[in-house]
Write a protein that binds this ligand. Structure first.
Ligand code: ZN
Length: 411
C-alpha cells in the first residue's frame, strides 16, 4: 500500500494522463502467493486518478514502476493472471545450474508444502481433540486438503515474467561482459512448439552463447543454411568489432557436431556396434589430462592399500582398478591435437571397415562409401575442434544415462 502506508505521491499510469492518485479503499481481490513451504495471501489498496477517475490496484506494474528501488525492492512476488509467486521461489529458478530444472523445483516445493501442511494438520487435530475433551463429543471436520503446487510449466512461465521485468538489466549485463568464447548451435526443438498462425513459419532456432552461459543472439530461420545465418553473423561481428573485441575471438567447431557427421556414415544407429564406435571416436579426439590422471592414481593407491590390503601394486595395476566413473568424475579431458586424432580416427575406420565392424549377422556398421566421403571432408576440420591454448572447452555436464548420450558434452 504505497500511498496509504508510505504516503508516496503517485501519478496516473494511463497514457497521456498526469493526474495524481488518491485513496479509493481496498482492492477487492486478494491474491494467493506461492511460497517455498506454503501459500500466503496478499492484499493491496485501490487507487483512483483525481483527473480521469480511472482506478488501479496498488500492485499493478504502472504503480510499481514509479517506486524508487527502496520501496520497489520490498514488493514480494511475481504476479501472473491467476496465481502469484514469491520472490524466494523465483530466486530458486534463477540459479539454473546443472540439474536445477523446473521439474526439480516443483518436486522440492511439493515436498516442503506437504511437510508443512502435515504439521499444521497435526496441530489442528490436536486442538480439535482438546475441544472434544471439553464439550460433548461433536463431529469435527477433517483438515482441509493441501492446495496443489502449480505445475513445472507454470513455474517456467513465472520465470519468464521475472526475466521480462528485468530485461533491460540483463541486456546491459550481457553487452558489458561479451565473453571471449562463443558457441553457435541450432535446434528444431523450439520451433516445433510454435502454434497458431506462427506454426510452420520457421524451422530452426539458432542461438549464439558465450562461456558465461548468456545468449547473445537468437534467430529463427527457415533453414540452417549459411544464407539465413549470415545476416546474424554479420550483426554479431559488428557488435564485437565496435567493442574492439572481435580480434580476440577464436572460432571452433563443436566436437558434438563433428561426431554427428561421422554418425551419419553408419548403416543404422541401432547397430550393436554403434555405441562402441562412437565411444572409440570420442577417445580418438579426447585424452585425459595427464596431471589429473597422475593425481587420481596417487589418490587411488592408498585407498587400495588401506581397504583391500593390496600393497606394492605397479602404476599400471592401480590404473586398471580405477573405474570409468572415477575417470569421468575426477579427470578433465582435453583434445589430442589434429595430427594424433587423424591417425587414431584412420585406425578406427580401418578397424571398423574390416571384419571387426560387423555384427553377428555379418551386417557392417559403416557404410563404406559414405564414411569415406565424410572422413575426407572432416579431416580438414580436425584443427577446428581443438581447445584453444589454456582453455578446456569441454566439460561433462551430465551423467551418462544411455550409451548413446554418454558422450554428449557441453560447457
Ligand atoms: Zn488519470
Amino acid at each position: 500500500m504505497p500511498h496509504r502506508i508510505w504516503h508516496l505521491q503517485l501519478t496516473c499510469p494511463q497514457p497521456l494522463c498526469t493526474g495524481s492518485m488518491t485513496k479509493a479503499g481496498l482492492y477487492r481481490t486478494i491474491r494467493r502467493v506461492l511460497e517455498i513451504d506454503g501459500w500466503y495471501l496478499m492484499a493491496t489498496e485501490y487507487l483512483e486518478c483525481r483527473r480521469c477517475k480511472k482506478k488501479v490496484g496498488g500492485w499493478s506494474q504502472g504503480i510499481i514502476r514509479q517506486l524508487s528501488p527502496t520501496y520497489s525492492c520490498q514488493f514480494p512476488a511475481v504476479l501472473t493472471y491467476k496465481l502469484s509467486c514469491d520472490m524466494r521461489v523465483v530466486a530458486q529458478l534463477r540459479s539454473r545450474t546443472l540439474g536445477n530444472s523446473a521439474n526439480r523445483l516443483y518436486n522440492s516445493l511439493r515436498e516442503q508444502h506437504s511437510d508443512t501442511w502435515m504439521r499444521r494438520a497435526i496441530l489442528y487435530l490436536g486442538i480439535c481433540e482438546q475441544f472434544r475433551a471439553l464439550c460433548s463429543a461433536r463431529q469435527i471436520p477433517p483438515p482441509p486438503q493441501m492446495p496443489p503446487v502449480p505445475s513445472p510449466v507454470w513455474l517456467l512461465t513465472v520465470y519468464g515474467y521475472d526475466v521480462l521485468t528485468r530485461l533491460d538489466e540483463y541486456k546491459a549485463r550481457i553487452t558489458s561482459t561479451f565473453g571471449s568464447i562463443l558457441k553457435m548451435d541450432s535446434t528444431k526443438k523450439v520451433t516445433k512448439k510454435l502454434a497458431g498462425a506462427a506454426s510452420d513459419t520457421a524451422a530452426w532456432v539458432t542461438n549464439v552463447g558465450n562461456e558465461h552461459g548468456q545468449v547473445l543472439i537468437s534467430v529463427l530461420t527457415c533453414s540452417e543454411s549459411a544464407e539465413g545465418l549470415s545476416t546474424m553473423a554479420a550483426g554479431l561481428m559488428r557488435r564485437y568489432r565496435l567493442a574492439g573485441e572481435w580480434e580476440k575471438l577464436v572460432v571452433r567447431l563443436d566436437i558434438w557436431h563433428l561426431m554427428r557427421r561421422f554418425a551419419s556414415g553408419v548403416t543404422t544407429e541401432s547397430h550393436e556396434l554403434y555405441p562402441t564406435f562412437m565411444r572409440q571416436l570420442s577417445h580418438c579426439i579426447f585424452e585425459v589430462d595427464p596431471d589429473d590422471a597422475r593425481r587420481l592414481t596417487e589418490a587411488k593407491r592408498p585407498q587400495l592399500e588401506g581397504k583391500h590390503g593390496m600393497v606394492g601394486l605397479t602404476d599400471a595395476a592401480v590404473i586398471r582398478r580405477i573405474s570409468r566413473e572415477e575417470w569421468r568424475l575426477h579427470c578433465r579431458r582435453r583434445t589430442r591435437g589434429p595430427e594424433e586424432s587423424a591417425i587414431l580416427i584412420q585406425e578406427l575406420l580401418d578397424t571398423f571397415g574390416g571384419p571387426a565392424g560387423r555384427d553377428t549377422l555379418d551386417i557392417p556398421l559403416l557404410d563404406a562409401r559414405r564414411i569415406e566421403d565424410i572422413w575426407s571432408t572432416q579431416k580438414t576440420h580436425l584443427s577446428c575442434i581443438q581447445d584453444p591454448p589454456g582453455v578446456l572447452l569441454y566439460t561433462q555436464t551430465g551423467r551418462p544415462s544411455t550409451s548413446r548420450r554418454s558422450w554428449l558434452m557441453d560447457w
